[in-house]
Design a protein around this ligand. Structure first.
Ligand code: ADP
Length: 399
């Protein structure tokens, strides 16, 4: 059975066609620059490629083009779109409305669009893509929506509330939602399996470290706290996002720099983080390249990330009353031995010890990197959000 997984933004539409018999990716690609001019880059699993400029006034034309790429191009992998059994969409914000993967109806699309105020960059674009997908695919092709926030809906109120007047939480839905839920759910389940344990018996800290990073406390298979907040800005320092910052520093800087609210948001989301502190790059590889050249601000940037992750591990061990394993995932977590080593160094109090040589050799593979005498296991677990979206979609349509 073939499932198309879609990750739509306001100007892009990334996709993967997955054969669920064997969970193999048949093709993947991106329709980019929607509403600007348009470009598709598409790659079949056997290496055949399609790369061309085309016109995408809206998401509808992008869907039409991806169907053409999958069925008729030189890099086609299927004969007809009727071979696609269902479509699974990644949605950023489900707020308190959606706590699990849901089948798409007109009402569901309206609700997703209605949450746009809580995710200005994403949810309206998702709604546009959902409507476009319904137009292009036949009505009997089921579509499912998988929410980044859903996994974190199990957080208790003491974890998700901010210390603001309660009526503003009720009126404006301002609270911690958490993101990367699909990834944290995938990797925490994969780790339980790799450890040969039942997820229900485990206390884990899941560190998803990429351009955006979040740390989650997973107890008994459920998220009980996470570092990202109302938006994906909160938590640890990220590529261009500040991470946690005293709100008074924000209003102070806004006045000093003469910025309006949108400009201040851009400052914190796009100009801060690794890029802002190092003045070099938002990319972890370039930060470490600069460290090896002796750059002090790059070193400070890397130290800040490591320090903040350590604090989350300690505090999450405290709220879970124990810790069985820490896992690293995402572009940095899977590939940067330096970040993993930095986080795990001097954690003897917690009983964390890693095999430094082994850690250095691990890139993007499922592997335990802690030593046999480490009380807490440490693992690298590659994430695969698209696969989880496809699995969820399959499970839902099979019901
Ligand atoms: P996103 O959050 O956009 O999905 P990724 O998970 O792909 O991002 O992570 C991107 C980050 O991963 C970048 O900071 C990049 O430098 C880092 N990264 C990717 N590959 C490596 C590598 N081989 N070594 C160190 N860092 C890496």
């Amino acid at each position: 059975m073939l499932i198309l997984v879609v990750n739509a933004g306001s100007s892009s539409l990334k996709y993967q066609l997955i054969d669920m018999d064997g969970e193999k990716v048949l093709a993947k690609g991106n329709c980019d620059r929607i509403g600007i001019d348009g470009h598709i880059s598409h790659k079949a699993a056997d290496g055949r490629k399609l790369d061309m400029d085309c016109d995408f006034p809206t998401h509808t034309e992008a869907f039409e083009k991806l169907v053409e790429a999958l069925t008729k191009s030189d890099a086609a992998v299927i004969k007809d779109m009727s071979e696609i059994s269902a479509v699974g969409h990644r949605i950023v914000q489900g707020a308190e409305v959606f706590s699990e993967t849901t089948l798409v109806t007109d009402e569901v699309i309206e609700k997703i669009d209605g949450l746009a105020e809580l995710a200005p960059v994403h949810n309206h674009a998702h709604a546009l893509a959902l409507r476009a997908c319904k137009k292009v695919f036949s009505a009997d092709v089921p579509q499912a929506v998988v929410f980044d926030t859903a996994f974190h809906q199990t957080m208790p109120p003491e974890a998700f509330m901010f210390g603001i007047p309660y009526e503003d939480y009720e009126k404006y839905h301002v609270r911690k939602y958490g993101f990367h839920g699909t990834s944290h759910r995938f990797v925490s389940a994969a780790l339980a399996k790799a450890m040969g344990r039942d997820a229900k018996d485990l206390k884990l800290v899941s560190c998803h470290l990429g351009n955006g990073s979040s740390i989650t406390a997973v107890k008994g298979g459920k998220s009980i706290d996470t570092s990202m907040g109302f938006t994906p800005l909160d938590g640890v320092i990220m590529g261009t996002r500040s991470g946690c910052i005293d709100a008074s520093a924000v209003t102070f800087l806004q006045k000093k720099l003469g910025l309006d609210a949108d400009q201040m948001s851009e400052y914190l989301n796009k100009k801060s983080g690794f890029l802002g502190v190092s003045g070099i790059s938002s990319d972890n590889r370039e930060i470490y390249a600069a460290i090896y050249e002796g750059d002090k601000k790059a070193k400070l940037t890397a130290d800040m990330l490591v320090y903040e992750i350590k604090k989350y591990i300690g505090s999450y061990a405290a709220i879970m009353d124990g810790l069985d394993a820490v896992l690293f995932t995402g572009g940095i977590g899977e590939n940067s031995w330096e970040v993993r080593e930095g986080v795990c160094e001097n954690m003897d109090f917690y009983g964390i010890r890693i095999d430094k040589e082994l850690n250095k050799s691990i890139k993007g593979e499922l592997k335990k990197i802690s030593t046999p005498d480490s009380k807490i296991e440490v693992w690298v677990v590659p994430t695969n959000e698209e696969l989880l979206i496809a699995r969820d979609t399959l499970a839902l349509i099979s019901k």
